[in-house]
Design a protein around this ligand. Structure first.
Ligand code: GLY
Length: 367
């Protein structure tokens, strides 16, 4: 069912200026548990603020996505159309080895992609998981939402569905990703039949990719106050074949409630799935928390529940993995929070497209 309701027509007067002043002073995310986006409403007069102009938020690899999405929103595209077109740039880019074409493969050297989309006005979602040979899983996820009665298709069925809609299969494994995978495979064990090249320099080189979760999330609100989001990924590098992360799980890697806001995630999917992270962020916003504070509260919950799984904790008893949330509320306020320092998120607030440092819970040791 598409937009079978009467949407509120917001006054357009002063939207751009209103949004700009609303966001001013909340853009310089201060690390160390300080706010990038105020949650108390004291300085912003939010209750009296006009409806937001378009705002687009994405993970740190999404600066081109936020730019594209804003361009489309300004041209009258729906938020769903805008965010998908935005992330398609990154899905198509072989240099981003965590998303789409050029993403790192599973342990067998096969690229398997996960993606979800969600549209606020229709409260509809679609997703695909473990999809092979199709470089834009976000577009297939949209078709699952719009052209099927299902919410999630996986593996062979997802591929058949994509092909039925005219998608053409292609090899997603770039030479760069294959070489990284091969080094991982050759240095995994000294008791198998794979030998690394001499001199052996691979372990240090590939260390950065092991337990790498990558992903792009992009959420947006348009000038009418309608919300949408998308999350797309090649998932955990060198995963078991068939492993599905949080990105295509509605409520974990993405959630949108058109009355409240939108949220998405990047990072360790397993931890997020166990806590319905994006749904949790939206529920915290429903209770009145500002987006950044809602992201932080969801992270706190993940930290708590990770405590039940000692093998996931580092020597200091902290989660030994990364996880980030990104959120926009119905007023166009945005925020993010990360478990660990050193992360950023992309925002186009209608006036400027920029990267902002994520507020974080734990300071990463330098070096
Ligand atoms: N968040 C991406 C994944 O876990 O696959």
């Amino acid at each position: 069912m598409k937009r079978a309701y009467a949407r509120r027509e917001f006054l357009k007067t002063g939207v751009a200026a209103g949004a700009a002043s609303l966001l001013a002073g909340r853009a310089d995310g201060r690390p160390g548990g300080r706010r990038a986006a105020s949650g108390d409403g004291a300085e912003s007069g939010r209750a009296l603020a006009p409806p937001p102009g378009p705002v687009v938020v994405a993970s740190g690899n999404g600066l081109r996505a936020t730019d594209k999405a804003m361009e489309l929103l300004r041209g009258g595209a729906s938020p769903l159309e805008a965010v998908i077109a935005g992330v398609n740039i990154v899905e198509d880019d072989p240099e981003d080895i965590t998303v789409g074409y050029g993403g790192l493969p599973n342990e067998d050297g096969v690229v398997e992609l996960d993606a979800s989309v969600m549209s606020g006005p229709a409260h509809a979602a679609g997703a695909v998981a473990a999809l092979r040979n199709i470089k834009n899983p976000s577009r297939v996820a949209r078709l699952v939402m719009e052209r099927s009665d299902h919410a999630l298709l996986v593996g062979e069925g997802a591929l058949r569905f994509a092909k039925a809609h005219g998608f053409v299969e292609e090899n997603l494994l770039t030479d760069k990703a294959r070489r990284i995978w091969l080094k991982w495979k050759e240095t995994l064990s000294d008791r198998d039949n794979w030998f690394p090249p001499k001199p052996e320099k691979a372990p240090a080189e590939i260390a950065a990719f092991v337990a790498s979760y990558g992903t792009i999330n992009c959420v947006a609100i348009d000038a009418r106050g309608d919300l949408a989001g998308v999350t797309t990924t090649s998932g955990l590098a060198f995963k078991l074949a068939g492993r599905v992360g949080d990105s295509p799980i509605i409520g974990a890697g993405l959630y949108v409630d058109n009355e409240v806001g939108a949220a998405g995630s990047t990072g360790r999917g397993e931890a997020n799935i166990l806590n319905c992270g994006s749904f949790t962020v939206v529920e915290f916003m429903r209770r009145g928390l500002a987006p950044e504070d809602a992201c932080r509260e969801a992270l706190k919950r993940i930290i708590k529940t990770t405590g039940y799984q000692p093998h996931l904790l580092d020597a200091g008893g902290r989660p030994g993995f990364g996880l980030n949330f990104y959120a926009i509320n119905k007023k166009g306020e945005f925020g993010s929070a990360s478990l660990w320092s050193g992360q950023s998120f992309a925002v186009h607030d209608g006036t400027e497209n920029r990267l902002i440092e994520c507020p974080y819970v734990y300071e990463k040791k330098k070096g």
